[in-house]
Design a protein. Structure first.
Ligand code: ADP
Length: 177
C-alpha cells in the first residue's frame, strides 16, 4: 500500500528491512549502540562488522535520538540508529519519545541529503510498545515530516509479518488523509 503526501510517498511493505535498497535503513538500537536481537541483530549480521566499528566510535545514543553510520555490505548506503522507548504502560512519555525517534531519524536523513528511508516498527518488538498505538505515532510523525520538508522523498515502513503489516494498514486507512 502507498499514499502520496504532497509530492512524496509513504509506503507500507511486508518484508525484511535488511533487504531494503533505500538510501538509509533505520535500526532499532539500544542506547549503548551495543547490538542486540530483532532488527539490530539482523542489520549487524547482514551489514558486517564495519557498522559496529562505527557505533563503537560514536559510543551511544539517548532514547528518542538518532545517529548515522555507513551501511557496510547492505544494499542501503547508510544505517540510521535510533533508540525507541521501552513501553512502561503509556504514562512515561513513551509516545513523545517514539515520535522523537522518527523525527530525529528523518532530520538526519534530510541533513545527509537522503532521498529514501526505510523504517521498521520501532519499539514494538523487545521494547513491548503496543502495535496499533505505535503505528499511529509512527505514521503521524512521518507524515508531518514529509509535509514540511523536501527530503526524504520516500519513506517505507518495512513490516516483518502480517500482524505488523495489518496493524499499520488499518491505522493508515483510518487516518482520513
Ligand atoms: P525494539 O527493541 O525497538 O522493540 P525489535 O527489533 O525488537 O525493536 O523489534 C521491532 C519490530 O521489528 C518488531 O515488530 C519486529 O517484529 C520487527 N522486526 C524484526 N526483525 C525485522 C527485520 N529483519 N525487518 C523488519 N522488521 C523486523
Amino acid at each position: 500500500m502507498q499514499i502520496a503526501i504532497k509530492n512524496k510517498i509513504l509506503r507500507l511493505e511486508l518484508g525484511d528491512i535488511t533487504e531494503s535498497a533505500a538510501d538509509a535503513i533505520v535500526n532499532t538500537a539500544n542506547s549503548a549502540l551495543a547490538g542486540g536481537g530483532g532488527v539490530d541483530g539482523a542489520i549487524h549480521r547482514a551489514g558486517g562488522p564495519s557498522i559496529m566499528e562505527e557505533c563503537r566510535k560514536i559510543g551511544g545514543c539517548p532514547t528518542g535520538s538518532a545517529v548515522i553510520t555507513g551501511g557496510g555490505s547492505l544494499y542501503a548506503k547508510h544505517v540510521i540508529h535510533t533508540v525507541g522507548p521501552v513501553w512502561r504502560g503509556g504514562g512515561k512519555n513513551e509516545a513523545e519519545l517514539l515520535a522523537s525517534s522518527y523525527r530525529n531519524s528523518l532530520k538526519l536523513a534530510s541533513k545527509h541529503n537522503l532521498r529514501s528511508v526505510a523504517f521498521p516498527s520501532i519499539s514494538t518488538g523487545a521494547y513491548g510498545y503496543p502495535l496499533e498505538e505505535a503505528a499511529a505515532v509512527a505514521m503521524k510523525a512521518v507524515i508531518s515530516h514529509l509535509s514540511e520538508n523536501e527530503l526524504p522523498e520516500e519513506v517505507t515502513f518495512v513490516l516483518f509479518g502480517e500482524k505488523a503489516f495489518n496493524a499499520y494498514e488499518k491505522v493508515l486507512k483510518g487516518m482520513n488523509l
